[in-house]
Write a protein that binds this ligand. Structure first.
Ligand code: NVA
Length: 317
C-alpha cells in the first residue's frame, strides 16, 4: 500500500514536485475540474497555532475538490495532552481521507503520520512550511519561468520554517537558494546538508551568508518572513527591537536594487512593514504577495488531491 505524506519539502521527488506544480497550474486554470474528494470526503484540518490563510485556503481547497473540511481547534482537541498523538491519528484516519496539521515540533507530525493510515500534510511546523513553498514555487514559475537555474534570495531568520523549506524545496527544484541571516540564526545543519545534497543532484546550489547583498545580487526572486515566528512571541522585543540581529536583513528598495531588474518580491504573510520589509517594497511593483497568497489554494489542491490519489491507487493495486 502506498501511503505518502507531505511533512517536509523533500518528501516528494524532483519529478513529483514538477508534476504537482503542473497540476496546480492546471487546477488554477480550471478550478472545478478536479473532484478527487467528491462524496463529500472529509479532510481533518487541525490547528495548534494561529492561522488565517491556511484555514481559508485549505477549506476552499477541500470544498473545490468536492470534499468537506473538518476544522479542529487544537485548543479543544489538545493533541498529545488529552490523548496521545497515536490515538488521535487512529481516530481521525477512520473518518478522514487525509489529515492537515499545523503544529509545533516536527516530531509531532511525524508521529501523526506513523499512525494515521491516511496521508498527512504539514500545514506548518517549527521546522518547515512546505505548502507555502509549493505556492511560492508556483508563483516564481508564473513570473520567471522554469525553476531550474533560477536564483532565490531569502533574508531574515535563517533558522525558521520558511528558511528551511526554501532550502529544501528550492534545491529540489534545481534552484540556487541563497539565505542571508545572522550567524546566531543559522539553518539547522542537517537541513542545510540535505539541501546541499539535493541542489547537487538537480543542478542548483545552496549558500548561507551574513551578507544581504550577496544573497540578492542578480536574484530572480527575493523573499523574507517575519522575524518573530509563531511560538517565539516571548522573544518579540529582542527580535524586533532596536538591537535586533535582523535589522541589516530588512528588504527595502536599496537592497532590491541589487536583484535582477525583473525580480519579484515574495512574503508568506503576515508581514510587518518597517521590520522585515518596507512598505514601498511589499506594496510596490515588484511585489507578488497577493498572487502568492492565492496560490496557496491551487498548490494545496494539487498536493492534497495528488496524495489522496496515490493512496487510493495503492489500495486498489
Ligand atoms: N515563520 C512564520 C511563518 C508564518 C506563515 C511563522 O512560523 O510564524
Amino acid at each position: 500500500m502506498t501511503l505518502r505524506h507531505f511533512l517536509r519539502d523533500d518528501d516528494i521527488t524532483h519529478e513529483e514536485q514538477a508534476q504537482i506544480l503542473a497540476r496546480a497550474a492546471r487546477i488554477k486554470a480550471a478550478p472545478f475540474t478536479d473532484r478527487t474528494l467528491v462524496g463529500p470526503e472529509v479532510v481533518a484540518v487541525l490547528f495548534d497555532k494561529q492561522t488565517l490563510r491556511t484555514q481559508l485556503s485549505f477549506s476552499a481547497a477541500i470544498a473545490h475538490l468536492g470534499g468537506f473540511p473538518m476544522i479542529v481547534d487544537g485548543k479543544l482537541a489538545q493533541v498529545g495532552v488529552r490523548e496521545s498523538i497515536a490515538d488521535v491519528a487512529r481516530v481521525m484516519g477512520r473518518e478522514a481521507v487525509a489529515i492537515v496539521w499545523r503544529t509545533y515540533g516536527q516530531d509531532r507530525i511525524e508521529e501523526m503520520a506513523r499512525y494515521a493510515q491516511v496521508p498527512v500534510i504539514n500545514a506548518l511546523t517549527d521546522d518547515f512550511h512546505p505548502c507555502q513553498v509549493l505556492a511560492d514555487l508556483q508563483t516564481i514559475q508564473e513570473h520567471r519561468g522554469d525553476l531550474p537555474g533560477l536564483t532565490l534570495g531569502y533574508l531574515g531568520d535563517g533558522a525558521n520554517n520558511m528558511a528551511h523549506s526554501y532550502l529544501l524545496g528550492g534545491a529540489l527544484a534545481g534552484m540556487h537558494v541563497r539565505v542571508a541571516t545572522p550567524s546566531t540564526h543559522q539553518p539547522k545543519p542537517e537541513i542545510l546538508e540535505r539541501a546541499t545534497e539535493l541542489a547537487a543532484q538537480h543542478g542548483g546550489s545552496v549558500l548561507v551568508t551574513d551578507d544581504p547583498i550577496e544573497a540578492v545580487r542578480g536574484a530572480d526572486a527575493v523573499a523574507t518572513d517575519t522575524w518573530v515566528s509563531m511560538g517565539q512571541e516571548k522573544e518579540k522585543d529582542h527580535r524586533q527591537g532596536e538591537e535586533s540581529p535582523f535589522l541589516r536583513f530588512q528588504v527595502n528598495t536599496e537592497l532590491m536594487a541589487h536583484a535582477d531588474a525583473e525580480a519579484i518580491f515574495l512574503h508568506c504573510l503576515p508581514a510587518y512593514r518597517g521590520f522585515e520589509v518596507t512598505a514601498d517594497v511589499i506594496d510596490g511593483p515588484q511585489s507578488v504577495v497577493w498572487g502568492e497568497s492565492e496560490n496557496r489554494l491551487h498548490a494545496q489542491k494539487a498536493i492534497l488531491s495528488w496524495l489522496v490519489e496515490q493512496h487510493r491507487n495503492g489500495e486498489s493495486a
